[in-house]
Design a protein around this ligand. Sequence first.
Ligand code: TYD
Length: 213
Amino acid sequence: MDGKFISFEGPDGAGKTSVMRQITADLKEQLGSDGVVYTREPGGNHIAEQIRDVLFDADNTDMDPRTEALLFAAARRQHLIADILPALQNGKVILCDRYVDSSIAYQGAGRGLGEENIWQINQFAIDGLMPELTIYLDIDSELGLQRIAQNRADEVNRLDEEKLSFHRKVRSAYQKLAQENPQRIVTIDASQPLDQVILQVQQAIHQRFSQLF
Ligand code: TYD
């Protein structure tokens, strides 16, 4: 497969959306808009978007944590088959907003289901297909939550309402993943000004794929 699979990860409030918007625009300018695919999890296609609606429905407060983990993995499977694999086969650069690491951090650590258990069910879903590069935007949990409260009070979903202790567990799981996978995951300090964060993300992508940036 000729394509390049890059995922973006980070706790809520790390600025992932703004960073990805700029990086997607830059790469489209460089490669043409057909050469770059931005896609998000859970979602990407009509089936996965329906699973997303179930996951984020504010009425579903009684959802069991394992149900939640399985639904994220199910959405991921469909995303992989319907969107990621075809784009990779067509030689595109795929910028994927969250992937398996999100489940390990949020469901494995945040919900306490165990990182290893979540890795196992996701192995079944992805059949070994991991990104070549993962950009991890690291942010202090309190700062991340402050940013959410300031920027998007209007679009808070079921998962955004978790407490500080949940977000701290998520962050330390991400940091552990980054330590254990230094060849795949590049950590960027997301407390820096946005311009600086974007510059460092561009450099990290260029280091891995010298023809980009
Ligand atoms: P979303 O509103 O899509 O955006 P953002 O990535 O900007 O936060 O929210 C995604 C939420 O879903 C976020 O709180 C993380 C959570 N999530 C999981 O808990 N597990 C997963 O596997 C994925 C992909 C996301």
